[in-house]
Write a protein that binds this ligand. Structure first.
Ligand code: URA
Length: 233
């Protein structure tokens, strides 16, 4: 269920404020009936009209962003530049938000959408969506680290992580980490627990979506139909 004003704003045709005004002016009908207010909860698929015309409330927006270091994964921030500042205003006003967070200094794949339900599913711990990170660390990664990752790392504060994957690359201070959870600073803390602090980290994939190698840091593009279909599956 989504708020009526959010649903209307998600089409990109109206801002949240304009959507509220439309509802208050009595120009919106939900399944043919006058809603009580902009905060009414609407089941996806319910026909919504504005001035008697059907509105396509199902067309959500899905973007892939190559997040650069130095911007925060938030929709707004009083002091810091956010990932939404990298998106043009006409898209931003659709009510986009990042699907989960990357640390300010982490680069790489970040999905942005206004589809709350899909975002919720991707982030749900029960779904075990795998995220893969390229890391560079102080020291050398080895088989003992790989075994510890497979067993489940215990963080400095005692938090136990689920079993995770660690691939050591040719240069042994470089590796690939695959996790299915999203604890705060998780990859950095897992490697710190092994005494190998992260010096660089970049997310390469989330579930079936891989960072497009043609996207430089700071650039974005819409997900393709095929990517979206994989994600939904
Ligand atoms: N793990 C981290 O430590 N940082 C991120 O940004 C993502 C995963």
């Amino acid at each position: 269920m989504e708020r009526l004003d959010k649903l209307l704003a998600a089409t990109g045709r109206w801002s949240r404020r304009e959507a509220k005004a439309l509802v208050k002016a009595g120009r919106v009908r939900v399944a043919g009936v006058l809603p009580q207010g902009p905060e009414d909860k609407i089941t996806p698929g319910t026909p919504v009209t504005v001035d008697g015309r059907l509105v396509d409330t199902e067309s959500f927006t899905y973007l892939m962003l190559h997040k650069p270091a130095g911007v925060v994964s938030a929709t707004e921030d009083a002091r810091e530049k956010t990932v939404l500042d990298l998106i043009p205003p006409d898209l931003r006003r659709r009510g986009l938000f990042p699907v989960g967070r990357l640390d300010k200094d982490t680069e790489g794949l970040l999905l942005l959408t206004n589809d709350g339900a899909l975002s919720h599913q991707l982030l749900s711990p029960a779904r075990h969506v795998e995220k893969v990170y390229y890391v560079e660390v102080e020291g050398q990664l080895d088989q003992a680290d790989q075994a510890a990752f497979r067993r489940g790392i215990i963080l400095a504060d005692g938090t136990v992580c689920c079993p995770a994957g660690l691939t050591v690359l040719e240069e042994a201070s470089h590796g690939l980490v695959a996790i299915k959870e999203g604890k705060y600073h998780q990859v950095r803390r897992m490697l710190a627990a092994r005494g190998k602090p992260v010096t660089y980290i970049k997310r390469l994939s989330m579930g079936p979506i891989t960072l497009d190698p043609d996207l430089p840091p700071g650039a974005w593009r819409p997900l393709t139909r095929a990517e979206l279909a994989h994600l939904r599956r």
